[in-house]
Design a protein around this ligand. Sequence first.
Ligand SMILES: Nc1ncnc2c1ncn2[C@@H]1O[C@H](COP(=O)(O)OP(=O)(O)OP(=O)(O)O)[C@@H](O)[C@H]1O
Length: 258
Amino acid sequence: MTARPDPGTSTDGALLRCENVSLSFGNVRALVEVSLTLRRGEITALVGDNGAGKSTLVRCVSGIHRPQSGRIVFDGDEIDFHSPEDAREAGIETVHQTLALVEDLTVWQNLFLNREIVRRLGPVALLDRRAMQSRSKEMVSTLAVNVPAVRSRVRRLSGGQRQAVAICRAAGFSSKLVIMDEPTAALGVQETARVEELISRMREEGHSVLLISHNFIQVMRLSDQVWVMRAGRCVGGRRTAETSGEEIVALVTGAAGQ
Ligand SMILES: Nc1ncnc2c1ncn2[C@@H]1O[C@H](COP(=O)(O)OP(=O)(O)OP(=O)(O)O)[C@@H](O)[C@H]1O
């Protein structure tokens, strides 16, 4: 990963800036000169029809793809991630639709998966279960996550509770940006409401969130800023308070200009 200082971002409040980012897969132009910004401490929504390029853009930010041209500036540095680990190291956590939780492990084991706390006893390294459990309780209670107990196995949790654990894992460990890909797509009405509450609470706790959603009502309810993608291009950005669901739908479908 290379990092180049970018003095511009510290003053304009932007945590993330994509500038003319392009990426094609063979003949498919998945991203065409996409430019957008994401401010610190806000919930930024990314909307667009199927195939618009949302996931591809997010994959560029989270280290899965590398743009063929353009640049991405995160927290003042131009990024050139080679892997999701690079992105994570820089403070970008992604909650994928698949959640990547291990069913047979407990909530706390999932929260600390691959970042176990280790205690040294002379030459021997031991997992510090007590420290991980107590830190997990703190993480869960900070965001008031609706999870029965950190010692429950994930397989016993509902879809909403699993989503909450995955979000909690991403929000913990001092991440600077949490990306969520359709966090409520597979949930019922009540569970969706709980996860939305959790996302709002993250903003109250100072987290920055990039939310991909097909649910315009949710986007209008939760976000501070909306960016719209269509056919690989970013066709507009609006402050949520200054737009309407109708205008966003019109941008998504192409019925409105920029
Ligand atoms: N790995 C890939 N190889 C080839 N084509 C791809 C690949 N990933 C995405 N695409 C193509 O790039 C375009 C953008 O896809 P992308 O998944 O980013 O859209 P999306 O807005 O996230 O859609 P959805 O809402 O359905 O997830 C589509 O035409 C898709 O078929």
